[in-house]
Design a protein around this ligand. Sequence first.
Ligand code: GUN
Length: 283
Amino acid sequence: MSAIIISGKELARTKREGMKQEVEGLTKEGIKPGLAVILIGEDPASQSYVRSKQKSCNEIGIHSELFELPSSTSQEELLTRIQDLNEADHIHGILVQLPLPEHISEDAVIEAIDPSKDVDGFHPINIGKMMIGQESFLPCTPFGIVEMIKSKEIEITGKHVVVVGRSNIVGKPVGHLLLNENATVTYCHSRTKNMKEMTRSADILIVAVGKAHFLDADAIKEGAVVIDVGVNRNSEGKLVGDVVFDRAREVASYITPVPGGVGPMTITMLLHNTIESAKRSIK
Ligand code: GUN
């Protein structure tokens, strides 16, 4: 078997074309969606993500503002900046790029963002609403993963989903979203015993560990759907996922590539949430 590739790149392109039209319509009505992005410090990976977010906003007509602050910025200064943006009518989404310098509390920063502008979906109110199935901003990577699975009309109800990784940004929320879609969900993490036994029982396997080639084909059940969230550089500097793609592809029924898989969907869902927030502001 050679698995069907779920291309996040293609799905993102299609979705963004629709969003561009929607933004044009909203802008004509006088509501131009606006996103504020705050970057603290000079981490090259974060700088690159933030640039990519801005470029994507510009491409579909979303107003974006970037605040690049030095790593010496105090927590108080950052919270004041967030408060100003909470009160700014032309800003519908606020994103503080993580990770933050050690002297700033991630929890305090996330909780300072008005939940109605939390387009990352990280605020405890939004996470709580997601858990009980209420309308909220969904975290972008998990949201993108569910969209990718649905785009291929893959049945989720009753399927055994195994999530490897339990981060607040990806692992935990993606399991809850799929539970809301009636899947039976198992979480695996660094303390899990018999990891391979678990992953081999997955109908849908989501791997979000952040370690190059963490799982090989022998960890995958014949015909499983494999979603690879990892973006790692191998020893040759090439981008690779958490799964050995070439071999896993021979076992899986569907698989996401790296690059061009989950990555492009994360920013797409951020754009979606920003547009949604702008729409909610006129309701
Ligand atoms: N750092 C890595 N991924 C993300 C994300 O989705 N949002 C924010 N704010 N920071 C990140």
